[in-house]
Design a protein around this ligand. Structure first.
Ligand code: AMP
Ligand code: MG
Length: 406
């Protein structure tokens, strides 16, 4: 059996970023990952400009009680004339500062009568001016390769006039569910059957990370069906995720099928709860390349937890991201009974603000690996280290879904 941390690293190291680069318009790059470092081509802002609606003057021209004639009005988007000594310029937020002016006085601190403006509050030299290049100076790094593109990155790139960026294409993921008992939602379901929740769940998890589900297949517990599915998926995907049929039961055929396909099985069992049966294989795709296949346990809660902590770093690495292990925080656990196991245990917990401004984790009352109702309730997973007992108020590592599922 493999320790959790070793397994997490091993799985992430078992895959390589998707090599290709494509140039896409900013809007279409949302959720994808930058493939090259980008450098600022422009100073932003491009010229000194006003941070306020008000008046520009030369600081040396200010004398308490003396009004200045208003030489010009400059709106944002218009070019100013150089400012003559002893005058003021009426301007607005974003207006370019005229040559000769060095200070802006906000409108609320002035009184304009008959083309003369009186400054009511003594100004400080240089106030209320946004300097050329103070946001981003030309030549500095805008974003490093490996940055996921979201609204903030799009804002910065658009502010530089960038219309198209180099990104890695979306990672293509194939999902294979297995099991004679499974019925797709929407179809009639007998008492001997259950609905396939892992398929839609995994598709949503994959797409929530900015990867693309290109195939969703289901195979009955038969070698022929599972073999055909793995062949097709590994030929057409960058990553295949299978779920169920990976344990040691009579109808757990995933590992024998992968072995018969000549796949190299890299990893067998991880010392974690929920989720012990996890396997990684590399299947020949027929063109000399090999496709990683990660096999998850069938219990929905196990599959969800294993996806969060073991599979999501693999997906981030395939996407070409720089940061593949999101932050883990340390938070106090509220628990009626002490918790601990010989395996690493990941509890479904909810993060709560307590009365004195701190935060604690509350565990869902039923931690069984089939209890799907724990998933929408939980905000993340609390990790109880193998072989340790955590009592009420003990501090545990906390994997927040807001970080681990994106
Ligand atoms: P297995 O690993 O195939 O033995 O499955 C373990 C448990 O998870 C069994 O109770 C299965 O019925 C259940 N299970 C497996 N796959 C799914 C699925 N796609 N959706 C819901 N439950 C599943
Ligand atoms: Mg099964």
């Amino acid at each position: 059996m493999l320790d959790f941390d070793d397994a997490q690293k091993l799985l992430a190291d078992a895959v390589q970023p998707v090599a290709a680069t494509q140039h896409l318009p900013l809007r279409q790059a949302m959720g994808l990952v930058l493939a090259q470092d980008l450098t600022a081509a422009l100073d932003m802002p491009p010229a000194d400009n006003s941070a306020m609606d008000g008046y520009a003057l030369r600081h040396a021209d200010y004398h308490a009680g003396r009004a200045l004639p208003v030489q010009q009005v400059v709106y944002a988007g218009h070019r100013p004339e150089p400012q003559r000594p002893g005058t003021a310029t009426r301007l607005f937020t974003g207006s370019i500062l005229p040559d000769g002016a060095d200070t802006v006085v906000m409108q609320e601190h002035t009184r304009e009568i008959d083309g003369q403006v009186e400054i009511l509050t003594p100004p400080t030299l240089g106030q209320h001016i946004r300097r050329r290049g103070e946001d981003t100076a030309r030549g500095t790094q805008l974003l490093p390769a490996g940055t996921p593109i979201g609204a903030a990155q799009i804002a910065l790139l658009a502010s530089q006039g960038v219309a198209e960026i180099p990104v890695h294409p979306a990672v293509r993921v194939g999902i294979l569910t297995t099991g004679d008992e499974l019925v797709p939602p929407g179809a009639p379901c007998g008492e001997h059957q259950i609905y396939n929740s892992n398929g839609p769940m995994l598709a949503a998890l994959v797409e929530g990370m900015g990867a693309r589900v290109v195939h969703m297949m289901h195979a009955a517990d038969q070698e022929v069906a599972i073999t055909a599915a793995f062949k097709q998926l590994s030929a057409q995907c960058d990553l295949v995720i299978s779920v169920g049929g990976v344990s040691v039961g009579d109808r757990d055929l995933v590992k024998p099928v992968l072995a018969a396909l000549g796949a190299e099985l890299a990893l067998w069992k991880v010392r974690m709860k929920p989720g012990k049966p996890v396997a990684l294989a590399h299947v020949d795709r027929g063109d000399g390349g090999r496709t990683p296949v990660i096999c998850l346990p069938g219990n929905p809660v196990s599959a969800f937890a294993v996806f969060a902590v073991l599979v999501s770093p693999m997906v981030r690495r395939l996407q070409g991201r720089r940061d593949i292990f999101p932050q883990v925080s340390h938070v106090k656990l509220r628990t009626k009974a002490p918790r601990g196991d010989s395996r690493e245990e990941f509890l479904r917990v909810r993060r709560l603000a307590d009365a004195d401004g701190g935060e604690t984790l509350e565990a869902f009352d039923r931690q069984g690996s089939g209890v799907v109702s724990s998933l929408p309730w939980a905000s993340g997973l609390a990790r109880i280290p193998a072989g340790q007992t955590i009592s009420d108020g003990g501090t545990v590592a906390y994997y927040d879904f807001r970080h681990w599922l994106v």
